[in-house]
Design a protein around this ligand. Structure first.
Ligand code: SF4
Ligand code: SF4
Length: 304
């Protein structure tokens, strides 16, 4: 079984995503598709612009600050290119007038789940049922992050007091860490998800290489703390002293000393913010070795 088959089995094998859709053959590379369709539109002006080659994407908002959605929108023209060429936004409370979670290829889930809110719990389960690929968008969805602080007592919902990262309730395929993730990172994952589902063999291989470290983060689970930064980044010689972990820590358990993070384990509340924010926590030589090809594929896809 090749890498692509392995990835597809990994992404789709454990979830019932419907045999009919899985059997669909991927289209040729996006540029060819668009050229052909434009040509056919010229020949047959009455034909509607086809959208079947796009993937369907939804943004599912759980408990969070909406910073991840703002970051997604901060792609400006890039967002318009994605929506024009690659993705139909089929669910997004603030941007699409849809009230029930529909079937979709990719669900970007922002925020953690309040387990005292039965509607939120039902929504996340429905999301898993209806999406082929579930992406935890941002540190709250991945690890809990700031919502680990919530202790209830909010004026309008005093009973809401326990929040879980989405991976504690459903299987998650990809993590996009960060609080918030950068606009480019969200854009790149959207483009790579498209190429993985619809691209040619070469594009699928690049998309697989790009997404694998983030899929591995999702497989590693929902708990991360200062010790993970210590063992998986600092002790591996990967720390570049950027200070993002110290800046992200809400309880100031990390200080930068001599250019390296020092972690007070006794202060750590295990929110995972430092690990989610560290650019080296999902470092991959596979991505580094194919960096030029990956960036060329993304740049080509983002041409207006
Ligand atoms: S060191 Fe700070 S940011 Fe990291 S998990 Fe602990 S409390 Fe959270
Ligand atoms: S965020 Fe990561 S790379 Fe940056 S200082 Fe902290 S451990 Fe090092």
């Amino acid at each position: 079984m090749g890498i692509l088959e392995s990835l597809k089995a990994l992404l789709f094998g454990k979830h019932d995503v419907g045999g009919e859709k899985q059997d669909q053959k991927p289209a040729d590379k996006p540029a060819d598709v668009i050229v052909e369709k434009k040509a056919s539109i010229i020949k047959e002006p009455k034909e509607e612009k086809p959208v079947a080659d796009k993937i369907t994407v939804g943004h599912v908002h759980m408990s969070g600050c909406t910073g991840c959605l703002v970051s997604f929108a901060d792609n400006y023209e890039g967002l318009l290119t994605i929506l024009d060429k690659y993705a139909d936004l089929v669910y997004c409370l603030t941007l699409a007038d849809v009230r029930h979670i529909p079937e979709m290829d990719v669900a970007l889930v922002e925020g953690s789940v309040c387990i005292q809110d039965h509607i939120a719990v039902e929504e996340i389960i429905e999301t898993r049922k209806n999406a082929k690929i579930v992406v935890a968008l941002g540190a709250c969805a991945c690890y809990g992050n700031i919502t680990r602080f919530c202790r209830g007592g909010q004026q309008n919902q005093p009973q809401h007091e326990s929040y879980l990262p989405i991976g504690d309730l459903i299987d998650v395929d990809v993590y996009i860490p960060g609080c918030a993730p950068t606009p480019q990172q969200i854009r790149n994952v959207c483009v790579m998800a498209y190429l993985l589902l619809k691209g040619n063999d070469e594009q699928k291989a690049l998309a697989g290489a790009y997404l694998t470290p983030m899929m591995n983060l999702a497989k590693a689970g929902t708990e991360a703390c200062g010790c993970d930064v210590m063992y998986n980044v600092i002790n591996q010689g990967l720390c570049m002293g950027c200070g993002s972990c110290a800046a992200a820590c809400p309880v100031r358990a990390i200080t930068m000393q001599y250019g390296k993070p020092q972690i007070e384990r006794d202060l750590c509340i295990k929110c995972g913010a430092c690990y989610a924010q560290c650019p080296r926590s999902f470092f991959s030589f596979d991505v580094v070795n194919q960096y030029e090809g990956i960036m060329e594929a993304i740049d080509a896809a983002m041409q207006p």
